[in-house]
Design a binder for this molecule. Structure first.
Ligand code: ZN
Length: 667
């Protein structure tokens, strides 16, 4: 969840840890003094390693090595690891005498594709343990274009598909328009600009590895890899993305007819070399291989789920199903189709099919709401009921919000609406909702200024039936708040992305997709669902929590993805908050809600069980109804990031969360 905003104790703990690591860097060759009494010495750098000895407060030891915040100390006849936050460095005479040789010891060698690379200023490891190289090195050796804006201290490094900005003295960077936190900041040294090597080289598509014994960084330029085969682009202006999924940023576009070398694939996506250099990911649906003839709008794809090369059709199984402009719930609705409609299908992407509408236009439809002719039943990602046709209401969350003539911030003002007003939504276009105001007035409002309430159409008359009247609709009469984490607008007009995975997948985008699907399932079961956001939002965390009492909701479910400093951590966890001063029944409800959702998630996703945990997160602390915060999986883990990028995994997670909620209300 990378707690920019809602981290309470977790955030504080991490900050404290960073602080300790940064203010007292320990290096090999120094001496440390033990701070705690009877500090454990372990066989490796982490709490999971077994204890091999204990040391006492004030004892001093020579440092042999440091790693991940742990310090390897010389015990005389043996050695072991102590936590870096339980020792501090001491100025020994030995360390002083080694001051001059320390600079040399700090120097690092850099190998690019196996060959040692010389730099005009020696690369070195800074006090934050990051390898720093001269900016010119990046340009000359990695083939990127660099520029320097002295007035702002801004460094730009670019390559087709990658644009990086860094600032001297600032621990923030921007990559393809996204903000990133750095462990260290660029500096001016010997009149040269020194930048953190790993951050830059990895975003230029290189792999980096550190060999501590040789004090060497090995950089592998993936772009030098020979492509396995070539494909031809069959679609005009096909998007090249930074990762294998539509959730990833579009970094370039290629035209039909371009031939791209394929480096590898993941799901429905190829990793390709771009004509102008650099690399990125392209949907298999918009390319074809030599010898293959395009058979659908020139876009045959190489979809393994496709059994034959002829035309394929699907039958709509949902009662009234939205057709969207792209393969995902975040695309605008372009049309609706009724149950039983037969449609020709083209490419597939992340669980969605491109379809040809009767009007001749194209659109995308969710794969779980159709059955494809000639294919065995549906897949394994959950039992998603038909989405009922819902009525949507916008709840204004800004103090004052503009309603405009068109879906654009430039469009003329129609009127203004105020916090707390509830207005029916009649249409949606991208990030805008069309409102139907009193007196027949209509206009558009940006989705970050509203929360939305969705009700089954059967309740359009406003009467809320009571729970249990209809066994097919067990949640009838129940109001549920779904809160996809992050996406809060920040000063300077950017929105909190939450955790960002190694290949750039953003938590805020994944969780909004999951939230929307949970909402579809719950409304189909009769519930009234309030979404704190469907895009970005101007709401603070306290305001999000307040939505529950403002709407009379019975439960509040916040959806997040986890993130850790360790890329090895993986798994699913669910948090609740039930301090002793809370009533016993409220504490029991909160724990039970967490337990059923966690159980369903584990069963559906099959990831490691990280447990049901108590934590005083803002949204849990500030809700008066039973509330939980779900951490679906870890974006900082490469495998789970890949899973989280797929429509299938998002849908499984959504289905599991919905099942947990249904179980909670059924017992
Ligand atoms: Zn989060």
């Amino acid at each position: 969840m990378k707690s920019l905003l809602h981290g309470v104790s977790k955030g504080v703990l991490l900050t404290a840890l960073f602080f300790l690591l940064i203010v007292s860097p320990v290096n090999a060759g120094q001496q440390v003094s033990v701070d705690g009494n009877l500090v454990n010495v372990r066989s490796g750098p982490g709490l999971q390693y077994e204890r091999v000895a204990q040391v006492n407060q004030g004892d001093k030891y020579d440092v042999l090595e440091t790693r991940d915040g742990w310090v390897k100390i010389d015990l005389g006849t043996s050695s072991g690891w102590v936590a870096g936050w339980l020792v501090h460095t001491v100025q020994s005479s030995k360390a002083n005498s080694q001051q001059t040789s320390k600079a040399a010891a700090n120097a690092v060698r850099i190998y690019i594709d196996g060959e040692q690379a010389e730099a005009d200023v020696s690369p070195y490891i800074d006090s934050n343990n990051r390898t720093m190289v001269p900016l010119r090195f990046i340009a000359e050796k990695l083939g990127a274009y660099v520029s320097w804006d002295g007035s702002q201290g801004m460094i730009s490094v670019s390559q087709p598909g990658s644009s990086i900005q860094l600032w001297v003295g600032k621990k923030t960077a921007s990559y393809n328009g996204e903000e990133f936190d750095l462990d260290t900041s660029p500096v001016i040294k010997e009149e040269r600009t020194m930048v953190p090597l790993r951050f830059v080289s990895e975003r230029l598509g290189c792999e980096t590895a550190w060999n501590k014994d040789q004090r060497s960084v090995y950089i592998t330029r993936k772009v030098n890899v020979e492509p396995e085969f070539e494909v031809t682009v069959s679609s005009q202006k096909a998007n090249i993305r930074s990762g294998p999924g539509t959730n990833y940023t579009s970094v370039a576009q290629v035209d039909a007819g371009n031939v791209l070398g394929v480096l590898g694939d993941s799901g429905e996506w190829y990793e390709v070399l771009l004509p102008q250099g650099g690399k990125g990911w392209i949907s298999k649906g918009v390319v074809y291989s030599p010898g293959e003839e395009p058979d659908f709008n020139g876009e045959p794809g190489d979809d393994s789920s496709r059994g034959n090369t002829g035309d394929r059709y699907c039958i709509v199984t949902g009662s009234t199903v939205n057709v969207r402009s792209g393969p995902g719930l975040d695309y605008g609705v372009v049309d609706q189709v009724a149950r039983g409609t037969r449609l020709q299908i083209g490419e597939s992407n992340s669980g969605w099919y491109q379809i040809a509408l009767p009007s001749g236009k194209d659109g995308w439809i969710a794969g779980w709401l159709v059955s494809v002719e000639g294919e065995q039943g549906t897949d394994d990602y959950g039992d998603i009921p038909d989405p009922a046709v819902v009525t949507r209401t916008a709840i204004i969350v800004a103090d004052v919000a503009n309603v405009r003539q068109q879906a654009s911030e430039q469009a003329q003002l129609v009127t203004q609406v105020y916090r707390g007003q509830e207005v029916p939504v009649t249409d949606q276009q991208g990030q805008w909702y069309k409102l139907s105001l009193s007196g027949g007035v209509e206009g558009w409002i940006a989705n970050w200024l509203v929360a939305t309430k969705e009700q089954p159409a059967s309740q359009r008359d406003g009467k809320l039936p009571s729970r249990g009247e209809d066994p097919a609709k067990p949640l009838e009469g129940t109001i549920i708040v779904l809160d996809p984490g992050h996406g809060s607008m920040q000063p300077g007009d950017w929105s909190d992305p939450g955790a960002v995975g190694v290949s750039g997948l953003r938590e805020r985008d994944v969780v909004v997709n999951i939230g929307e699907t949970v909402g579809q399932i719950l409304t189909a079961k009769g519930a009234t669902v309030v979404h704190t956001r469907t895009g970005d939002t101007v709401m603070s965390l306290e305001e999000r929590a307040g939505i529950a009492s403002a709407t009379g909701a019975e439960i509040y479910v916040s959806i997040h993805c986890n993130s850790s400093l360790s890329s090895l951590l993986a798994g699913t966890s669910t948090y609740y908050y039930a301090p002793a001063n809370m009533s016993a029944s409220m504490r029991a409800s909160r724990e039970r809600l967490a337990a059923v959702i966690q159980e369903e998630l584990l069963r559906a996703l099959g990831r490691e069980n990280k447990g049901i945990r108590q934590e005083a997160f803002s949204v849990l602390r500030n809700t008066t109804v039973p509330s939980v915060l779900v951490e679906v999986a870890f974006l900082s883990n490469a495998e789970e990031e890949r899973l989280l990028s797929t429509g299938e995994f998002q849908t499984k997670a959504a289905s599991a969360i919905a099942n947990g909620i249904i179980r909670y209300f059924s017992s």
